[in-house]
Design a protein. Structure first.
Length: 163
């Protein structure tokens, strides 16, 4: 078995990513103007922070999910998150419910980072669209929320592997 499922962004993620990208471009133009005028010292710190966060979240952006014979694989722009089916305790549909963003992106490049809610507690998210989200709970207690097209097929396939 070797199935691949794309991670799609919802409209909010698309809009926030476009707005933040525009802000970054505007900021870089202002930086160049400030350098040419000779007063750039304070501005370079702001630009460095913005670019660092922008790069971090873009690198974490989920592209697709792949189900191999023994592994769940989330392919990110750089790197991947691999979970062995034997380490999965449970998988189910995930419904967001006033989740708190502890660290991460609440829409730029997706919903990425560490979140928490009253039902399941702390979890790591790699989500493009919460309407396609599912929760994977590992036997060691860690929780991950992912999203992709054909979520129900992914859930059913993994459930059949972990039974």
């Amino acid at each position: 078995m070797n199935n691949q499922f794309n991670v799609k962004w919802n409209l909010k993620v698309k809009i926030l990513t476009a707005i933040f990208a525009a802000i970054l471009i505007f900021t870089e133009i202002k930086l160049i103007k400030s350098i040419l005028m000779g007063n750039w010292h304070w501005f370079i710190i702001i630009v460095a922070i913005l670019i660092s966060f922008a790069l971090l979240f873009i690198l974490l952006t989920p592209l697709y999910i792949q189900l191999d014979d023994d592994y769940f694989v989330l392919k990110k722009l750089i790197g991947k998150k691999i979970i062995s089916f034997e380490n999965i305790a449970n998988i189910d549909v995930f419904k967001t419910n006033r989740d708190i963003q502890m660290f991460g992106s609440g829409g730029y490049g997706g919903y990425l980072g560490i979140f928490s809610n009253a039902q399941i507690g702390k979890y790591s998210a790699y989500v493009g669209d919460f309407s396609q989200a599912f929760l994977i709970q590992l036997k060691n207690g860690k929780k991950y929320v992912f999203s992709c097209e054909n979520r129900d097929l992914v859930i059913e396939t993994i459930k059949n592997k972990i039974v």
